[in-house]
Design a protein around this ligand. Structure first.
Ligand code: SF4
Length: 111
């Protein structure tokens, strides 16, 4: 999308199921990823889809705006009980992503 914004209503970040707890951003993945092929896919799916390979979600202080983030990576410094993310913004990358496993939360910081 223009400005590399994410159109999903909600972003869900998970650990890589093969590795367990994430120790680096490469171990994380965006489960909301949807491999878009055209504008119709982006609008119809309402999942993450980005042309440039980067999605960003910005939050207003104290209140998440759309898209909201649900995160299960409790080894990250930004993770909070209830599966919240308290980073001021997150960046999810997957330049040539075809599957969720190809995406990473670049904002991840190990505890
Ligand atoms: S910055 Fe950390 S807590 Fe926030 S979504 Fe990414 S991995 Fe989850």
């Amino acid at each position: 999308m223009p400005g590399d914004q994410c159109m999903a209503a909600k972003i869900a970040i998970y650990n890589d199921e093969r590795g367990g707890a994430s120790r680096s951003s490469a171990d994380t993945q965006c489960k909301s990823f949807y491999a878009g092929k055209g504008v119709g896919d982006y609008i119809g799916a309402l999942h993450n889809a980005n042309v440039g390979g980067t999605v960003k979600a910005a939050f207003v202080a104290g209140t998440q705006i759309t898209p909201s983030v649900e995160c299960y990576v409790d080894s990250c410094q930004y993770w909070e009980k209830g599966n919240y993310c308290h980073a001021s913004s997150i960046e999810v990358k997957g330049p040539h992503a075809a599957k969720t496993i190809d995406t990473d939360c670049q904002t991840f910081k190990a505890r």
